[in-house]
Design a protein around this ligand. Structure first.
Ligand SMILES: CC(C)(COP(=O)(O)OP(=O)(O)OC[C@H]1O[C@@H](n2cnc3c(N)ncnc32)[C@H](O)[C@@H]1OP(=O)(O)O)[C@@H](O)C(=O)NCCC(=O)NCCS
Length: 182
């Protein structure tokens, strides 16, 4: 299987249905850390749930839509990045990410998202990439900033979580901005 070297003995590669057991084990380490900050359907409790996530992404990838990639650090699945949305017709995509706690603070997600943006803009010719996060998710907003994204606006109380509605930030970078930055 192909993979892209990141840093610190880390690599980025497609995360597919055959990884379901490994993904479920990783999710057990990541679950409570990511739960407040990612879509509820991504936080699963068992092997069936992990497999359902991977199947959902595989189906969408088959239609040239969403895609999912894992990050392996020293051979262990520690997180990943994804196109939560990807539309050639609209010329736009949305990128997302997650890590288990032990893999934070190494620049892995920024490097991995850079690779996704390169592919979306250069290989696929998209014009716009978005990043959505809870407005109080400082680590996520910091990634968007490192990727050269601009905070375009706030969708007020658009993120319900455990009975509270949080604001959601929408960040984005356009193809010409990205080209000028690299
Ligand atoms: C959002 C999340 C993936 C960010 O993880 P992260 O480790 O901060 O992001 P990166 O992998 O890009 O690493 C950046 C960190 O590594 C450090 N770093 C070390 N070497 C680096 C390098 N070569 N390049 C860039 N950053 C580097 C940076 O200083 C930064 O650490 P700091 O914030 O303490 O200064 C993580 O906090 C997470 O999984 N949170 C829960 C789920 C979540 O919020 N997902 C996003 C939903 S919108």
């Amino acid at each position: 299987m192909f993979s892209l070297p990141l840093r610190d003995d880390a690599r980025l590669a497609p995360l597919e249905i055959w990884h379901a057991e490994e993904f479920a084990v990783h999710m057990a380490r990541a679950r409570e850390h990511i739960r407040p900050w990612v879509g509820a359907s991504f936080v699963t409790d068992d092997l069936d749930g992990a497999r359902a996530t991977l199947a959902r992404y595989a189906e969408r990838q088959a239609a040239d839509g969403a895609r999912l990639y894992g990050i392996w650090l020293s051979g262990e699945l520690v997180g990943g990045v994804m196109f939560t949305d990807f539309s050639v017709a609209a010329g736009a995509c949305e990128v997302g990410c997650w890590l288990e706690p032990a893999a934070e603070g190494r620049g892995l997600v920024t490097r991995a998202c850079d690779a996704l943006l390169d592919w979306a803009f250069t290989t696929r010719g998209l014009h716009r990439a978005e990043w959505h996060c809870r407005a109080d998710n400082e680590r996520s907003a910091a990634v968007a900033k490192r990727l050269g994204m601009t905070l375009e606006g706030v969708r007020r109380e658009a993120w319900p979580y455990e009975g509270v509605r949080y604001d959601k930030q929408v960040w984005a970078v356009l193809a010409p901005e990205r080209a000028a930055a690299v």
